[in-house]
Design a protein around this ligand. Sequence first.
Ligand SMILES: *Cc1c(COP(=O)(O)O)cnc(C)c1O
Length: 410
Amino acid sequence: MSLKTFCTRFHIWGRTVARRDASKRSYYNSGSSRLHEPGRAAHVRVVDLRSDTVTKPGAAMRRAIAEAEVGDDVMGEDPTVNELQKIAADMFGMEAALFVPSGTMSNLIAAMVHCRERDDEMIVGDLSHLHIYEQGGSAQLAGIHTTTATTLADGTLDLDQVESKIRHGYPDPHYPRSRLICVENTHNIQGGRVMPLHFLQEVRALADKHGLSVHMDGARLMNAAVALGVPAADILQHTHTVSVCLSKGLGSPVGSMLAGPRDFISRAVRCRKALGGGMRQAGILAAAGKVSLLDMVERLQEDHRNARTFAQALQTCEPPLFAVDMAAVETNILRFQIREPALNPAEFCDRMAQVGDGEEGALGQGVQVLMYPHFGNCVRAVWHLGISPEDTQLAIKKLQFVARHCLENK
Ligand SMILES: *Cc1c(COP(=O)(O)O)cnc(C)c1O
C-alpha cells in the first residue's frame, strides 16, 4: 500500500502533512491537534481562529529563550532587552523604544506620558481598542479624560469631526486641554483594516496645527507594513509614538514595544515602574521578541493570504449563506456576515466548533473550527502562525459541510 493510500485509509494524511510542515517551518501547529475526550475520534483537528494571541512559541523561539543572556532590566542591565529595544527603535524609525509587558500597559503608559497634567484630554476612535477593551484604564488609573470621534468602516476617523472635538477654549477654566490623538493600525474591531498613509499624514497635519501629539496603537503595525509593502518607519513618520504587540501575529509569548522620542521613553520608564511593569531578567522574554521582529514579520503575508483564501471560499460557498466585503480583507482579520436570518453568528460558531454527525466520513476527519461572534452581527476569524494553508483548507471544508447541513435541516 502506498504511503498516500495508507494515510488516507487511516485518516492521518492531514496530520502527517501538518507534522512535516511543523518540522520544516517550526511555527505551524505547535499546539496539540488531538482532543482526548471520551467517545471522540482520536484525531480531531482544531483550527483555532479566535485570535492571533493564541500562538505558541516554536522551536527556534524556544531555543532563543533558553539561550538568552540576561541581567536586571530595572537597572538597565539586561543585554537582550537592550538589544531588542535598539532593534525596535531602528525598525520603527524612532529615537528609543521600551519593552513592556502588554499592549494594554503600553497604551496606558503612552497616554500617561502624553497627557500628564491634570486637565489633559485625549481623542480616540469610539471603536478603538483603547476605548473599548482596556477597561478605561486611562481614566481609571491615570485620570485622563477622553473624548471620542466616530470610527469609520475602514478604521479611520472623520478628521473634520476630530477637529471639532479639539478644545479651543484653553485656558478658559470650563474646558480640559486637548493633548493627544490616538489612531489604531491595523484596526482591530473594523477587521484588520490598514490605515492609508495619506490619512496618517492628514492626522499629523491636524495635530501639528493644534499642537497635539499622535499616538498609534499599532498592536498589528507589522501586518499593516506587510500589507502596504513599506517599512514600518514609513508609516510611523506620521506619528510621535507607537505601541506594537510582539505577542500577536509575531508569535512571542509576552510583550509589546513602546517607541518614540528619547525624552518620551525616559518618562515612559518611570510610568512602567509605577504600574508594576519593571521586570528583572526580562531578557528571557526579550529573546522571543527579537525572534519576532527579526524573523516573523515576512511570514505575516501567509496569514493575509490564508485569510483571503477563506474569504473567497465564503463568497463561493453553496448554499450562499455568507456575505463578505473582499476589499475589506486586507490583513489577517476577517469579518463576515451570515445572510440566513435563521442562523445567528453564535449558533454558527457553535456548529463550527463541534464535530457533527457524519462529518468524519464527509471530511476524512473531525474538524473543530473556533471563531468568535463579533460586533455588528458578524463572525470574526483571525489567521496566525498556528494556521497553515492545509488548516485553512480544512476550515473551508468544514464551513461547506456546516452550510450544507444547515440547509438540510430547514
Ligand atoms: C491586543 C491589542 C491591544 C492590547 O494588547 P495586550 O497585549 O493584549 O494587552 C491593544 N490594541 C489593539 C488594537 C489590540 O489588538
